[in-house]
Design a protein. Sequence first.
Length: 387
Amino acid sequence: MLAKIKSLISAWRNSSVNSSAAIFSLLLILTFAVGDYVGQHRHNSTVDETISNVLKRDTRAPAKGVLERAAIEAVLKATGDQWANYFPGKSVQYLNQKLQGRYSGIGIWLRKNTSGVLEVSSVQPHSPAAEVGIKVLDSLVEVNGASMDGASIATAVASLRGAPNTPVIMQLERNQKPYRVSVQRAAVLNGDVVASQIAPNIVFIQISSFSSSTSSDVALALSKYPHKSGVVIDLRDNPGGLIQEAVNVASQFLDEGTVVSYSRKGDSDVVLQSTNANPDSAPVTVLINRSTASAAEVLSGAFQDRNRAVIIGEKSYGKGTVQEIIELSDASKLEITVGRYRTPSGRIIDQVGISPDLLVPDNQVLTKAVQVLGGLATLGQSSASNK
């Protein structure tokens, strides 16, 4: 910068024009040049200085991008936000696949539990992971010999991904007992919604997570299967996903009104509503367990608060925080918590969960759900005849 300033002065001295306008122009150039020089140094943070000095002096230093990623992940860890994630450019594709409901690798979703340990939050039905017996709540210890202790979700997922028909060796832990499996990677497409006719005029709809096509798939199932006697919505082991998709599913059964709301820092409350004036009127039961989380808890809570369904099973996970995706200047992305969900009655879900109306063991919930629907259908017929 000093060399550029000296060059400007030399050029002015050699100029044949020495007017007040020229002097003013020179002063203006010098002011902007010095200001730019001072500004650049003033805005360099101690983090930037540290990275710069390490790169200059440490012969073992990794690439600048590796150091910057470590700094970003340290910032997220310091916030105490267990749901915060950083997705470098090469990992953004995984995030997009997750939101779109398309899976590559072995067909599992990961999360960090309250102790910071990576655990399986969902297993895609009929996926390679399901075929070898991996289950929700299993802890991920190693991938191909590399320890996952302290690893970010993006790092763990990147290690699980690879070309179809290639193996990945995983060490996991279940109930503090380690086990090892070899899994063949595969391309697993959207299968978040599975529906079937389980009894005359009763449809069973299993929702594994909420991705971009979930609500339209539910609508298709409702149009395909007769269900005037009832709908069973299975949200067991559902880790959540796109909140708007959960609201869209709720809107197919709820009339106009609030589905969920949350507050944002320095901004007005966000209220997501059903605008359906003519929702499906069939009786509904919803199945939940201790791994039902996030958007799945929002759906369950909305049904419960608005007396639209009987919730059956176990108390849910209690993950009621709102994450937003923020794109950075290099196309990498941050996922950070911005608020906490509230049910229509104002209940907080986070660290509380949804308590079922009927506490039923997991192996008995479907039978109980059909029994409840039979009672609700009979009750509905009696009400109609008394009108």
